[in-house]
Design a protein around this ligand. Structure first.
Ligand code: BG6
Ligand code: MG
Length: 211
């Protein structure tokens, strides 16, 4: 075995919440008369809620106070959480579930390393509430990806050294975070095309040939 543990990003790797993030930010931006589209949304992948708002506000002429920004983040999050209510176990693909089970059967420890403060709610919606050996998420970090904190914490929760863990990511910021923390990474989507990634994957099941 090349690794003893695998740390998975959540949004864009285990599940596809991107469209909900997009709809929720779009509704907030529309309410403020701020232009927002899918291309701008792509820049929000792996980025914290507060940093995402700053990216959206690049198109806003008004200077907003910290309280106004907080209110906008709460507005976006309440729309997002409402949309997450639509998620069910059916949103967990058979390929992802079968691969996770195969890695577990090999004896690997499995963890989540996500910037999201909604990670535990999403895992519950997917029927994965108690599945992972550790969950490191937006509620236990002070610095977001590309800072390695979320993955370093996940490895600590597992009592593993970074060199023994593989990080799975769909965002460049996540690949950078893995590298900065001393982790190898496996990339999907835009992360697969990123030169800093250790292994490029075309689908989730490719993991079985890497670990
Ligand atoms: C990441 C997403 O997983 O979590 C980002 O890729 C999102 O788009 C970030 O902004 C924070 O999520 P949340 O749920 O705490 O607003
Ligand atoms: Mg992601």
């Amino acid at each position: 075995m090349n690794y003893q543990a695998v740390i998975f990003d959540l949004d864009g790797v285990i599940c596809f919440t991107d469209r909900y993030h997009y709809q929720a930010w779009k509704s907030m931006a529309d309410s403020m008369g701020i232009y927002f589209d899918e291309t701008i949304n792509n820049r929000l992948r792996g980025v914290s809620r507060a940093e995402s708002l700053e990216i959206i506000l690049e198109r806003c002429d008004k200077v907003l106070s910290a309280e106004e920004k907080q209110a906008l983040m709460e507005q976006k999050n309440s729309t997002y959480v409402e949309l997450l209510g639509q998620m069910t176990k059916k949103d967990l693909s058979a390929e992802v579930k079968e691969t996770l089970d195969a890695l577990r059967a090999k004896g690997l420890k499995l963890a989540i390393g996500s910037s999201s403060k909604n990670a535990k709610l999403i895992l519950e919606r997917l029927g994965l509430k108690d599945y992972f050996d550790a969950v490191s998420d937006g509620t236990n970090i002070t610095k977001s990806k590309p800072d390695p904190e979320v993955f370093v914490k996940a490895a600590e929760f597992l009592h593993m050294a970074p060199a023994d863990c593989l990080v799975v990511e769909d965002a460049r910021a996540g690949v950078d975070a893995a590298k900065a923390g001393g982790f190898d990474s496996a990339g999907l989507g835009e992360a697969a095309a990123y030169e800093a990634v250790t292994y490029a994957m075309s689908s989730f099941g490719d993991l079985k040939g890497i670990v």
